[in-house]
Design a protein around this ligand. Structure first.
Ligand SMILES: Nc1ncnc2c1ncn2[C@@H]1O[C@H](COP(=O)(O)OP(=O)(O)OP(=O)(O)O)[C@@H](O)[C@H]1O
Ligand SMILES: [Mg+2]
Length: 253
């Protein structure tokens, strides 16, 4: 199997705290891989290691067959990222942001213009016109960040909670866009807490809890391994936390 992302014993410590604890990821090329886990499980830390924002404390990685620690530029050229904090420039407009990204990736002017126009249209950001990113709503920032990630036409996308905070229309467009990206042979590695969406979109799932991988495979394989659970939510709760917490103790609210 051709793997777009492969890690071996990937580990990241913050001082004496081990946020990512020896995980072995296997993300098949052409898959839409949903990376799930409770708050604080280590998902964003893992994505930061995979995309060069954090250096792993131990372990190895291959991204599109390349070791990102040995050749970070080759990886960055082929990969699009929507990070947790979105990393946009506040004093630029949407168009200026995309023009800047196009220049960083040495796209020719005509390609940059036509792709920017397509992306601003799809993301419904054309009307933002001269508005600066600093005045964008949260959802607008998220859509611009995805547009910026897609502009260089990467073969692999890392998306940290792409559906968080965006409206129903944008969410629908985002889903269609991601499916067509995968339909054309791209690979997506995404985190999300919206399990209905993950269940609908993903071909593969990885579940992490307390920095450790607790399950990985196709949804069918996970169901078979867990011996039941009819929805991804039930499967998820079974894998990471046993019984869901009930608010019974909060009888004063
Ligand atoms: N820079 C940092 N310094 C110290 N601890 C950190 C740092 N970044 C993350 N951590 C810790 O590492 C753990 C994993 O955090 P991470 O952001 O990877 O979780 P997550 O799975 O993305 O959670 P969420 O679903 O809430 O986004 C948490 O306990 C967090 O407090
Ligand atoms: Mg996170």
């Amino acid at each position: 199997m051709d793997l777009a992302v492969e890690t071996h014993e990937l580990t990241r410590d913050f001082g004496s705290f081990r946020a990512v604890d020896g995980i072995d990821l296997a993300v098949p090329a052409g898959s839409l891989y949903g990376f799930l886990g409770p708050n604080g499980a280590g998902k964003s830390t893992t994505i930061k290691c995979l995309t060069g924002l954090l250096k792993p404390s131990a372990g190895s990685m291959r991204i599109l067959g390349i070791d990102p620690l040995a050749d970070p530029v080759s990886v960055k050229r082929r990969v699009g990222v929507v990070p947790e904090d979105l990393a946009l420039f506040d004093r630029l407009t949407a168009q200026e942001t995309l023009t800047f990204i196009a220049q960083v990736h040495s796209l020719d002017a005509a390609t940059a213009r036509s792709r920017s126009s397509d992306l601003l249209e799809v993301m419904d950001l054309k009307t933002a016109g001269t508005t600066l990113v600093t005045d964008f709503s949260h959802g607008m920032r998220k859509k611009l960040s995805l547009a910026a990630a897609l502009l260089p036409a990467p073969r692999l996308l890392f998306l940290d909670e792409p559906f968080e905070g965006i409206d129903a229309m944008a969410s629908r467009q985002m889903k269609d866009l991601l499916l067509s990206f995968v339909g054309r042979g791209g690979t997506i590695f995404l985190t999300s807490h919206i399990l209905e969406i993950v269940e609908r979109l993903s071909t593969h799932i990885g579940v992490i809890a307390n920095g450790r991988m607790v399950a990985q495979g196709t949804i069918a394989e996970l169901h078979a391994g867990a011996g039941g659970g009819s929805t991804l939510e039930e499967l998820f709760i079974g894998l990471v936390g046993g019984e869901a917490r009930t608010p019974a103790a909060l009888d004063w609210i």
